[in-house]
Design a protein around this ligand. Structure first.
Ligand code: PMP
Length: 409
């Protein structure tokens, strides 16, 4: 196994001054010991941990990296803005330029506003939907993740039942359950929030949206004069350089982006249709760092790069190479696996692995060989993943599968 003395020392210090040693989705204490907690640097599709071990990374920071760590074009744009200043007396011209770029890039978008994290964007979208309609109820997928605020946090600790009193749940791709949720909302339906495909994990395979379901979401929103909110925080710019349900012919009213929009710089955006601009300007929405220029400069450069070529098709290509290789290796080692969702955001589940012991063993063996996957969360491809990266990763996962077989028996 790779040695991680610097990581271990940091964990020990953190245990004294950071609650639980680490919190949230980047806490690795429940992952195999071969996962690093602390990193030194990133370059392209590779990460180096604080101890100097290098990994081919298939997590992309859980989504923010899409154009490669330290992408020279994005870094140059960010550095140029930083030389002028970041959080100034007000926004820089980058804010207007980025709003114009998003309106030009995303079909349904007529305007854009900005925050920092994905939760800022989903919270803003819900607030705008309620302000615009004067209604309260929001329909949400039962196990869908839309952020860590009191309405949506999967862990209820610290919030009240009242915080969630206006959320009604439905099952993805289940029109009957969606109709039932809308009926329960009655004439108080403000909006429906949905992700482009089901990526709820870990117990469930990922599911693409049926076109009938996507059309039903639109129809039910229209019939109730409610707002269709698309949560593209995780999928944004990976499925489509624009709006993800464009190929299905379904346009949302509001779209929330974050993660990949600025290739790792802190930024989120809500874009929306003309008729919601008034409500979006009437609500009180702000944050100390929401107007800062550096992340916006990074986003302009990043979206520019993503628009140059068919980047979703490229990421699908390398993702499919990886998926195909993994499938063969699993079979060679006698594992039945299900790989679900789009190849740009793949999820691998071992059939019958109800306690995730096999997933943990496999991902741990991969990390020990310098391949970062996750046992119970979808992975991410980027435009920086080359065919050579995939081939090298597959050489290592072949050994990881073999080791998993010997450990699991
Ligand atoms: N929506 C979705 C679909 C997400 O995947 C996430 C983050 N995992 C969020 C919202 C919240 O984003 P953030 O963690 O940046 O607040």
């Amino acid at each position: 196994p790779l040695l991680k003395p610097v990581d271990a020392a940091l964990r020990e210090r953190a245990a004294r001054v950071i609650p639980g040693g680490m919190y949230g989705h980047l806490n690795v204490t429940l992952l195999p010991a071969s996962y690093p907690q602390y990193y030194r640097s990133g370059d392209g599709a590779r990460l180096t941990d604080v101890d100097g071990n290098e990994y081919i990374d298939f997590m992309c920071g859980f989504g923010p990296m899409i154009s490669g760590y330290k992408n020279p074009v994005v870094e140059a744009a960010a550095a140029a803005q930083l030389a002028e200043g970041d959080a100034l007396g007000g926004p820089t011209p980058r804010m207007v330029e980025l709003a114009e770029l998003l309106v030009d890039t995303v079909g349904p978008a007529d305007w854009a506003m900005f925050g920092k994290n994905g939760t800022d964007a989903t919270s803003l979208a819900v607030t705008i939907a309620r302000a615009a309609t004067g209604k309260r109820k929001i329909l949400k997928g039962t196990t869908a993740y839309h952020g860590a605020n009191a309405w949506f946090n999967p862990n209820p600790l610290g919030s009240t039942p009242e915080d969630r009193a206006n959320i009604i749940y439905f099952e993805f791709n289940d029109i009957t359950s969606l109709e039932a949720a809308a009926a329960e909302a009655g004439d108080d339906l403000a909006g429906i929030i949905v992700s482009p495909f089901k990526h709820d994990g870990p117990a469930d395979d990922q599911r693409l949206a049926d076109v009938e379901f996507a059309r039903a979401v639109r129809a039910i929103a229209d019939r109730n004069s409610a707002v269709l909110i698309m949560d593209e925080v995780r999928t944004g710019f990976r499925l489509v350089t624009g709006s993800a349900w464009e190929p299905l012919g379904v346009a949302p009213d509001l779209i929330a982006y974050s993660k990949a929009i600025a290739n790792g710089y802190a930024l989120s955006a809500v874009v929306g249709i003309d008729s919601l601009a008034q409500a979006a300007s009437d609500i009180y929405a702000t944050g100390s760092f929401w107007y800062s220029g550096v992340a916006m400069a990074a986003a302009i450069a990043n979206i520019g790069l993503l628009r140059e070529t068919d980047t979703p098709a490229y990421m699908d290509h390398v993702g499919t190479l990886f998926r195909t290789g993994l499938q063969a290796q699993a079979e060679e080692n006698g594992f039945e696996i299900v790989q679900s969702g789009p190849a740009v955001m793949p999820y691998l589940r071992f059939v019958g692995d109800t306690d995730y012991a096999t997933a943990l063993a496999f991902s741990g063996a991969a990390a020990a060989r310098g391949v970062l996957l996750h046992p119970v969360h979808n992975w991410f491809l980027s435009t920086a993943h080359t065919e050579a990266d995939i081939a090298e990763a597959l050489e290592r996962t072949a050994d990881a599968f073999a080791e998993t077989r010997s450990v699991i028996g």
